[in-house]
Design a protein around this ligand. Structure first.
Ligand code: SF4
Length: 229
């Protein structure tokens, strides 16, 4: 398999009835608000380098972010925060991510979501999580040989990254490393090579508005990933 084959497969996935209904409902209802733009309303493939040194794992596309623009962390406040930081630490060519044709490019970096369709309230069910997991497993299996650092945004991304790297044959410390902002765990590949898993609070509005996550905190983790690459 290749990333191109994977991307085309995920873009037509309809395996979760509730999420298919939701992503399409939001797309139809909100299309009028963004009438000058196409509204994606489908699953979101991973995006960025095909041989990434840094892999960023988030939860799921936002209803009016990735679900609207077709590109992960694009067109919403979380994306504004994430890309501004990626730009500051040298992993993105522009500080903003507004739409899929904005010229933004990631440097040595790829980003992917644990769940590929926008869920209501940003909360996939356990069944939806498990149904979608093979997409991230497949993506990690393809890119893992290049990856030196994984940045998990939030505990959901942390657990998903651990599961996908385990599925790709990487050993994680026991007991399971605990998520936190600045958490760090070394995963050891089948060939003995090491990948560093880093935790960051998710740049959700809930975290950034309240000051739970500051720009400095996000820059510290993404800067560490940039230095490891
Ligand atoms: Fe398919 Fe994942 Fe979307 Fe479910 S969430 S429909 S498994 S792409």
């Amino acid at each position: 398999g290749s990333l191109a084959v994977l991307d085309s497969g995920v873009s037509v996935c309809r395996a979760c009835p509730r999420l298919v209904a939701w992503r399409e409902k939001v797309a139809v209802e909100k299309r009028a608000s963004f009438a000058d733009q196409p509204y994606w309303g489908r699953p979101i493939a991973g995006w960025g380098s095909t041989t990434p040194r840094v892999l960023i794992v988030g939860l799921a596309p936002a209803a009016h972010g990735g679900n609207r623009t077709g590109r992960i962390f694009t067109g919403d406040r979380s994306g504004d925060w994430l890309f501004a930081s990626l730009h500051r630490v040298g992993l993105a060519v522009q500080p903003t991510s507004e739409h899929a044709g904005d010229g933004q490019q990631l440097i040595d970096t790829r980003m992917a979501a644990a769940v590929r369709c926008a869920p209501p309230d940003n909360k996939p069910t356990i069944e939806e999580r498990d149904t979608c997991a093979p997409w991230l497993h497949a993506e990690v299996a393809l890119v893992a040989p290049h990856v030196r650092a994984v940045v998990a945004l939030g505990s959901y991304g942390w657990d998903a990254a651990l599961r996908s790297f385990r599925a790709a044959g990487y050993a994680a410390p026991r007991p399971k490393p605990k998520f936190g902002h600045g958490a760090r765990a070394v995963l050891t590949g089948p060939d003995g090579r090491e990948v560093v898993l880093l935790g960051s609070y998710h740049p959700s509005q809930q975290n950034t508005f309240t000051g739970r996550l500051t720009e400095e905190m996000l820059d510290a983790v993404l800067g560490e990933a940039a230095a490891l690459r």
